[in-house]
Write a protein that binds this ligand. Structure first.
Ligand SMILES: *Cc1c(COP(=O)(O)O)cnc(C)c1O
Length: 399
């Protein structure tokens, strides 16, 4: 079978809920992937930042294989000998008192919403059923009904009603609108510290700290969805750390699984996490020993390879180089660390650029038609980055 055959099978038997770039990946290592024909590409999407540690990092694969050979799943009906060590490591890494393990990013967001709603009743004193959560425009929090209720992207939301009550949406970066939306029933504000799917929208300096202060003032929980921005992607462990903006709850996923396994969690201090009591929330696979072993290795790699500092340094090079790219339709390059995007003029079809990049040996995906996100695995070396930049510049000059 060749790439064309594999794509045909996807089209024939799969639901058509994605529009992938026409490329098939059958091998991957570090920052590079190959198609069945043997052509090699730089991976500049990193599975939407789930592969921060690079494809098949040897330490993570070893943890996976070792754990798979002794015990994989127990359910939370019993204890296992890995989950506690993993949650301790995650709490130490994030600086929170407790962690609640789930599997996907959307589940982490759901868990945060449930925690905030319960906290609103049991701690803040809001009547059950009246809890409100403030979200921001252009957000992406996943694909569950609550997550799409927060979304204003018609593709994500159309004809999925009835939507979930209790959400109020305000413009991103508008602290006055957020303040006006908060009332006595407001239990939380949720946002991405940098909006990834919206096109790597970096807020003005001081916005996150202002949101934090507003939440503190009105006894409202600040929830940061760090599913995409977390784990060193933006040059810090978490993107909120660029400011004095420590959230009450962080939603985590993607790179927590080290690129091999779906692992997610929320972290929070006792005052919030204590709202969960036996039977009030759960997941069959959450905290399973295989996921725990993989996530521990994923965290160790981030720390031992100093991927936060490295992402910061590589990001500086990337943005400086791309800012000097020759390209008629490019408006600007923006981002933090190794979460960056090139913004083209309104109406420009970045899909064509992605196809040209593919042909030149680099995989990236456009978002919102005229924006391309560039987010390689954080383990990329400076030499690899410069090679990739040359490919990108060589393509951009034709547009
Ligand atoms: C990817 C993502 C999610 C959803 O994660 P899944 O694992 O796909 O459910 C939620 N929030 C943000 C910010 C994301 O980037």
């Amino acid at each position: 079978m060749n790439s064309k055959d594999y794509i045909e099978l996807d089209e024939k038997y799969g639901a058509h809920n994605y529009h992938p770039l026409p490329v098939v990946i059958s091998w991957a290592e570090g920052v590079r992937v190959k198609d069945p024909e043997g052509k090699s590409y730089f991976d500049f999407l990193s599975a939407y930042s789930a592969v921060n540690q690079g494809h098949r990092h040897p330490r993570i694969i070893k943890a996976l294989v070792d754990q798979a050979s002794v015990c994989t799943l127990t359910s939370r009906a019993f204890h296992n000998d890995k989950m506690g060590q993993y949650l301790q490591k995650l709490c130490e890494y994030t600086g929170y008192e407790h962690a609640l393990p789930m599997n996907t990013g959307a589940e982490a967001v759901e868990t945060a919403i449930k925690a905030a709603r319960r906290w609103g009743v049991e701690v803040k004193g809001v009547d059950n059923g009246n809890q409100e959560i403030v979200c921001v425009k252009e957000n992406f929090h996943g694909r569950t009904l609550a997550a799409i209720t927060m979304s204003n992207d018609p593709d994500s939301t159309v004809n999925y009603g009835p939507y979930v009550p209790g959400f109020v949406r305000v413009p991103y970066e508008d602290i006055d609108a957020m303040a006006a939306a908060i009332n006595a029933n407001t239990v939380a504000v949720i946002l991405e510290p940098i909006q990834g799917e919206a096109g790597v929208c970096v807020p003005y300096e001081g916005y996150l700290a202002a949101v934090r202060a507003l939440c503190t003032k009105h006894q409202v929980l600040f929830i940061c969805d760090e599913v995409q921005t977390g784990f060193c992607r933006t040059g810090k462990r978490f993107a909120w750390m660029h400011e004095d903006a420590r959230p009450d709850i962080m939603c985590l996923g993607k790179a927590l699984g080290g690129g091999v396994f779906p692992v997610s969690a929320i972290v929070a201090d006792h005052a919030v996490m204590q709202v969960f009591t036996p039977g009030t929330h759960g997941s069959t696979f959450g905290g399973n020993p295989l996921a725990s072993a993989v996530a521990m290795a994923a965290l160790d790699v981030l720390v031992d390879e100093k991927l936060d500092e490295h992402a910061e340094a590589m990001g500086q090079i990337f943005r400086a180089e791309l800012a000097g790219a020759v390209c008629k339709n490019m408006v600007k390059v923006r981002g933090k660390g190794l979460l960056n995007a090139v913004l083209f003029k309104d109406g420009f079809q970045a899909w064509d650029v992605c196809l040209a990049l593919r042909d030149a040996g680099l995989l990236a995906k456009q978002t919102h038609g005229n924006i391309i996100r560039f987010a390689p695995p954080l383990v990329i070396t400076e030499a690899e980055l410069r090679e990739a930049i040359a490919i990108i510049k060589g393509v951009l000059v034709k547009y």
